[in-house]
Structures are given as C-alpha cells and as structure tokens.
Design a protein around this ligand. Structure first.
Ligand code: UD1
Length: 390
C-alpha cells in the first residue's frame, strides 16, 4: 500500500511527525501489509525557523519532494500546489493521500488527489468555527467534503460531520495527533532553560536581558491572524494594553510571526516594542523552545488553534484572541484552559485579570493520550482493506 502525506505550513509539521513514526514502527514490526510512504512538502512555509528547524527537532525525514510554492495569494498558493502535486500523483499513483489540519496545502492536495480518483484521508477532520471569513474554515469544509476517511480529534467534531451528512462509516475518532508530539518531546523540552532560550532567540535591536526568569513570571504572546495583525486600529490598542498594564505584573515573551513583524514595521510600531524593557520579541521559536516557554508561562495570549490545544494539555490559562473557535473542546466551559476574548481590549483585560488569579484546569480531552498516530494508521489500513467503521 502506498501513502503520500502532504505538509505545507508550520502547524502541519508537528502533526505529521508521529504519523511517520507510526508507519516506521508498523513496517518494522512486520505485521500486516507494509506501507510505502512518501512525504511531500508544498513549501508554503520555507524559512529555516518556520520549517527546517521543525524537521530537525522532531526527527521528520527530509521530504521526498518539495513543491516550493512559497508565499503568494491564496489562489496562487492553492493553484501552484495543485498543479505541482498533480504531476507527483500521476507519477507515483498512491493508494491514499493523507492531509493534515486546515492550511492551504490541505485543501489543495485533497482536491488534486480526489480529481485523480485517489483516496483522501484527513487527519483533524470535523473542526468548524462557522466563520467563513477564515481561510482555514474554507479549507476544512472543502477538505472534509472530499475526504474518504475523516479522522477526528474529539467527539464534537464527529457531530459536526454527521450534521453535514458524512456517513458514520467514513469517520473515526482517533484523538489529537499534535498531542502525541507534545508527549514525546516534553521531557526533552523540560531540560531547556528559559533564560537561555530568550538569549538565543531575542530579536536584534533589543536591550540585553538583565533579569533571570524562573517561570510563572512571564506570559507568552503569539499573533498572526490577518484579523488581528492586518489592522492598525486592532493591534495598536492591544500593544498599549501590554505596555500600560500587563508588564506591571509580568514580562511578555512574543515569538513573532513574519507576517506580524512586517505589519508592526509598516504601522511604525516595531521600534517602540523593540525598545520596551519588559516586552521581548523573539524570532519564531523551534518546537522544543516553544514547548518549554509555554510549559511555565503564567498565561498564554494567542490566536493560534494549536496553542489553544497545547495550553489545555499543559493546563496553562489561554486567552484566545478570536471571536469563535473550531476547537470548542479547549474552552473552559468544556473543561479546557482557553477563553475566547476576541480583539476587544476590555474583554481581554477582564479575562486576563481573572485568569492570573485562578487555578489551572485539570481535564484533558478524551484520547489526547499520545497514541493518536497509531489509531490514524490503523484506521487507514482498515479503510484500505474495505473495513467499515462502526
Ligand atoms: C498559515 C496557515 C495558518 C497557520 C499559520 C501558522 C493557511 C491558509 N494559513 O498562515 O492556518 O495558522 O500558517 O504559521 O494556510 N512567510 C515568511 N516565511 C515563511 C512563511 C511565510 O516570511 O516561511 C511570510 C509570507 O511572506 C507571507 C506571510 O508570512 O506574507 C504569511 O504566510 P502564509 O503562509 O501565507 O500564511 P500564514 O499567515 O503563515
């Protein structure tokens, strides 16, 4: 049996790592049919810090092929990916194409595969924000509509798919594959020192680090969504909140996404943040450094879906700077660690003041147990052999 897995952007890398490991273990066990696996990188994220570093740290084999699509508009990224992947699929003729998450590679590759009559498996199926202004929501809906096998991270995702008419036989509840990576790498990340991480990654042009951080005395910020960073009237009041209020209690560590850095410069705000003594802008962090920083943060403020999930497992309060989420299982009302605060400063402040006083949550969602990748592979093998899921 031949599988091609496709990755394109940073959040895909931590999802594919345990899946490849599961295939390697399956093949070396000698049990059942061997899996011939090829890894394709679309090249959407191409900087060393957004891509190569993750391959190295997570032990992901070098991609067999890189489509080098790079940056561009959504139509350019999706279109170039489809054209280039179609050729690969026609040459390689895999039985299955496995796509992950909700990035442009996910929609482009499921579409290219399906049009060639190749079966598609979507890992992280069924998540819905119901916000069609998000490119990721469009990617999720189209990918799920095209997929032959839909592997979900939680039970709410199963309900979403059923409501859309997906037959039970195409759905399997496998858990959250990214949490496999978290479990595997936590011991190694824990050995790292927060102060060294900051020193190694601090963006040039900032005052040298003079204090020593012990943990629980800083918050971690990550922002990259166009709805938050592409509008000066949204991001500027948030920066004021950091400068006027948050830093009185804690320092801020902010690994900055390339898009956000460009935008802050464009608005003339970058130098002011760089020169602030308690706000540390960092280069995009590798997986282990980020996990270490998050593990002892007193709070995380983010617009990343992945961080919402990690904060729930790490039991660190998370302010999610969005008005909706495709990951409701991570919200406090469902036992998670995250609260939706949108990008309204009053809402952010109120939740921030509550969260720095309250004890963390104690629940971890069902099947977020580090074994998801094995269940993914098992489901694909069963589907390949015509077994219908219960
Ligand atoms: C993409 C994903 C998003 C994910 C995010 C994580 C889609 C639709 N979006 O958004 O779901 O949460 O990745 O990072 O696929 N850039 C670089 N170097 C790189 C990559 C990008 O400088 O290695 C710059 C590009 O020039 C571009 C900007 O960052 O202008 C945004 O990159 P892009 O890949 O278009 O989308 P993301 O915002 O990263």
């Amino acid at each position: 049996m031949k599988i091609i897995s496709v990755v394109g952007a940073r959040p895909n890398f931590m999802k594919v790592a345990p899946f490849i490991e599961a295939i390697q273990q399956h093949n070396s066990s000698g049990a059942g049919e061997a899996v011939d696996h090829l890894l394709v990188h679309t090249g959407q994220h191409y900087d060393d810090r957004m891509s190569d570093l993750f391959f190295e740290e997570l032990g992901i084999p070098r991609p067999d092929l890189n489509l080098n699509v790079g940056s561009g508009t959504h139509a350019e990224q999706v279109g170039h990916t489809m054209i280039k992947l179609e050729k690969v699929l026609m040459d390689e003729r895999p039985d299955w194409v496995v796509v992950l998450g909700d990035v442009n590679a996910t929609i482009a590759c499921s579409l290219a595969a399906k049009k060639l009559g190749i079966k598609v498996c979507h890992i992280e199926a069924g998540l819905r924000s119901r916000d069609m202004d998000m490119p990721e929501e469009i990617n999720r809906i189209v990918t799920d509509r095209l997929s032959d096998l839909l592997l979900t991270p939680d039970r709410m995702a199963i309900e979403n798919l059923k409501k859309e008419g997906v037959p039970d036989s195409s759905i399997a509840f496998v858990g959250n594959i990214m949490i496999d990576t978290l479990h595997r790498n936590k011991p190694e990340a824990d050995k790292r020192n927060v102060n060294e991480i900051i020193q190694r990654n601090i963006l040039a042009g900032q005052p040298a680090l003079t204090r020593k951080f012990k943990g629980k005395d800083y918050i971690v910020v990550t922002l990259h969504r166009p709805s938050n960073v592409d509008h000066q009237d949204v991001i500027e009041p948030i920066l004021d909140f950091f400068k006027d209020e948050v830093v009185k209690r804690q320092s801020i560590f902010w690994p900055i996404h390339p898009r956000t850095r460009v935008k802050l410069k464009e608005y003339g705000l970058l130098d002011e943040v760089l020169s602030h003594p308690d706000i540390y802008l960092l280069e995009p962090l590798g997986y282990l450094d980020m996990l270490r920083m998050n593990s002892t943060a007193s709070l995380i403020l983010t617009d990343s879906g992945g961080l919402q999930e990690e904060s729930t497992v790490l039991q660190i309060p998370c302010l999610t700077m969005r008005w909706n989420t495709e990951r409701p299982v991570t919200l406090k009302e469902h036992g998670g660690a995250s609260s939706l605060v949108g990008n309204d400063v009053t809402k952010i402040r109120n939740q921030y003041l509550k969260d720095i006083e309250t004890a963390p949550v104690k629940e971890v969602p069902e099947l977020w147990d580090g074994q998801t990748a094995n269940r993914c592979l098992e489901s694909i093998l069963k589907a390949h052999n015509g077994y219908l899921h219960a």
